[in-house]
Design a protein around this ligand. Sequence first.
Ligand code: NCD
Length: 304
Amino acid sequence: MTKATRGSLLSIEPLGAAEILGLLSIARRMNPLKARPLLRGRRVLLLFYEPSTRTRSSFEIAAQSLGAMTTLVLSSGSSIEKGESLLDTGYTLRAVGADVLVIRHPHAGAPLLMAKHLDIPVINAGDGMHEHPSQALLDAYTILQHKKTLKGLQVAIVGDIYHSRVARSAIHLLSKFGARITLCGPPELVPELAANLASGLQITRTAEEAVHGADVVTVLRVQKERLAGMKISLQDYIARYQITIARLKLAKRDAILMHPGPIIRGLELTSEVADCPQSAIVEEVRNGVPVRMAILAKALGKAG
Ligand code: NCD
């Protein structure tokens, strides 16, 4: 980490296991309903160039629970629409008093660019097809509420992995702790990249094989328009890859079902699966708050 990016959370890839476990243990001490005002008087600027429900609301609630002030800037309705550059927007938000910047952007590397030019910590809330580090942390936190350790866990990730920053961050995190990961989906959405194979990831084209014996089944959003553009019929995707109760039964009896959201019921998973007792989807959303409290407190040097 350079001096300029100190305190920032830009990606999971460079983090060590101890740093990740440290953040998770700070998160376990955070209670959004009875939080100490560790960030009183601090200003958290949320800059979102892409739609978001969970990430945006939980960062905002996390910051406010710690006593910080928050301001949300969306690309629509701001000077970004008038053509202002990313860095000029960053300098503007710093000038109005931002102490930390949370940014979601369609281009990979946008948070890094901000962190290099601003003298405040920058938190990546999802950048293009690159990473979504806070999601990987809240997912690890959720898994560890159900499983003793990540080591040796069998994790199946099914859906549009190629375009998914959630998958990339999850793979980086889980691999550091010795989880065994199987990726599943059609070749257009789960290509056999040399990098995947080199890092020991398994790839399978059948949902049954991916889910068989899994401890964790993570389902990712699939976009209808993307399937259409790749000439994959909806019916074919559903027939081969949709996670149904019958397929979920192939996983371990105590397996958990995860999805970062937004979920499209009837496409990548059935409604019954989304709502079944094994589903941890709502827990993931809830855990987003303490995990993001930990991230913000650490960024501002207030995590103790
Ligand atoms: C994801 C994202 O935006 O990367 N959602 C999220 O933050 N929970 C996943 C997606 O949009 O499919």
